[in-house]
Design a protein around this ligand. Structure first.
Ligand SMILES: NC(=O)c1ccc[n+]([C@@H]2O[C@H](COP(=O)([O-])OP(=O)(O)OC[C@H]3O[C@@H](n4cnc5c(N)ncnc54)[C@H](OP(=O)(O)O)[C@@H]3O)[C@@H](O)[C@H]2O)c1
Length: 372
């Protein structure tokens, strides 16, 4: 019996599934450092025992399989390699992993999920053709971990969009005076800095930019390989008060919206790039054309509601905190159209966990993934 009860796993031994779980945990160590590559982890097993492990640590650097096989040395001969994503078979910045696996004499390869990248895919078939036993485990946690990577092949028209909000129990993102510092506690704020490191751009709405003067920089444990671009959605182009966003010593600022005239000139003089867009969808398409593969939107409520109403949110990181803010506070979702129970989309729960006194709930849109 396999631990998950999922019949798709039944061709793998329990030790192989545990190895895949471990490889998945190792892969997270590449967060913020490997994009636009996927995070990948690998484990070498002999007689059910782990003898080596590896992960893809840096964009352009050695792949997880290569690291694990090097660590295993001669023990890789006749061994099983568990790897979260299908080994590549193409010459990129690194040699094909399929060649390394065959040269090492690996007997069996257990793969979490096939590679969605048409350039790199086909490794499983190539290994089989070379006499290696291959099992595909349908380990969906891999696509969840690499949602940004998978999204670019399924949805090439716009970035992967994640929304992050910290709310009170009664669903407010700021008190009646518009203050939101701090609804959540230090553990949740540390998590947000970790989260930011894995995104290409961090965004807020115009009112949040003026009200909160956010820096939108990464100041946590993980230093991103490329600092995320900072972004404001604004139609007025009015960024008075947003002194940190206009600080030229910080990563570039993009302003998405239909700001025109003096406001637009003032933004450009201040060093911001203005991306003209009449709608949020148009703005997202323009960002994708500029190479933004992933966007973390950190509020406020009006922007959040409009993105949700337009079905432009793939994942929602909801941090809820143990306090009530009552009447007059700022709602988490402005402009959200009302829906009957029969029509409301029920999102998939990807994760629930405590962050100090706060609770993190990660939800994924089924509508967005179905559309992909
Ligand atoms: N607790 C939290 O997680 C959290 C996070 C962020 C903010 N907040 C709080 O939330 C409050 C602000 O939220 P809010 O709901 O009032 O405003 P908001 O969502 O931050 O900003 C709304 C603004 O977004 C811009 N916008 C909306 N639709 C757009 C479109 N289609 N294209 C381009 N730009 C568009 C417009 O900017 P212009 O007006 O410039 O045209 C609009 O006024 C503040 O009090 C802040 O402290 C809390």
């Amino acid at each position: 019996m396999n631990p998950s009860g999922d019949e798709r796993f039944q061709r793998c031994a329990v030790t192989e599934l545990s190895a895949l779980e471990h490889a998945l945990a190792l892969a997270w160590r590449g967060w913020g450092r490997v994009q636009p590559n996927p995070m990948v982890g690998a484990v070498v097993l002999r007689d059910g025992e782990q003898v080596a492990e590896g992960w893809h640590a840096e964009f352009g650097g050695e792949h997880a399989e290569a690291v694990a096989l090097r660590a295993a040395g001669d023990r890789a001969k006749g061994a099983t390699l568990a790897v979260t994503l299908e080994p590549c078979r193409h010459h990129g910045k690194q040699p094909p992993c399929t060649d390394l696996i065959r040269q090492a004499g690996v007997r069996r390869v257990v793969i979490g999920l096939p590679d969605p990248n048409p350039l790199a895919a086909g490794g499983a078939a190539e290994l089989r053709a070379g006499g290696v036993e291959v099992t595909l485990a349908s380990f969906t946690a891999v696509s969840r971990q690499n949602a940004i990577f998978f999204h670019q092949f399924n949805h090439p028209d716009r970035p992967f969009v994640a929304l992050k909000l910290a709310t009170s129990v009664d669903g407010a993102i700021a008190d009646r005076a518009g203050r939101c510092r701090w609804i959540s506690g230090p553990e949740a704020r540390a998590f947000v800095h970790w989260l930011r490191a894995g995104f290409d751009a961090i965004a807020v709405g115009g009112r949040t930019a003026r009200r909160d003067d956010p820096a939108l920089t990464v100041r946590g444990e993980v230093t991103p390989r490329v600092p995320p671009r900072r972004l404001v959605f604004s139609r007025s182009g009015d960024l008075r008060g947003a002194t940190q966003l206009l600080d030229p010593t910080q990563p570039p600022l993009l302003v998405v919206g239909d700001a025109a005239g003096d406001a637009r000139v003032a933004l450009q003089r201040a060093g911001a790039e203005v991306i003209p867009a009449e709608t949020l969808a148009e703005g997202l398409r323009a960002l994708r054309r500029r190479g933004v593969l992933s966007l973390l939107v950190e509020g406020g409520g009006q922007l959040a509601g409009r993105l949700l109403a337009a079905q432009l949110v793939d994942r929602f990181y909801w941090i809820h905190s143990p306090l009530w803010l009552g009447p007059g506070s700022v709602p988490a979702f402005g402009d959200l159209p009302s829906q009957g129970l029969e029509d409301a989309e029920r999102w998939a729960v990807a994760e629930r966990r405590a962050l100090g006194d706060d609770t993190l709930l990660v939800l994924e849109s089924r509508a967005c993934s179905a559309a992909s």
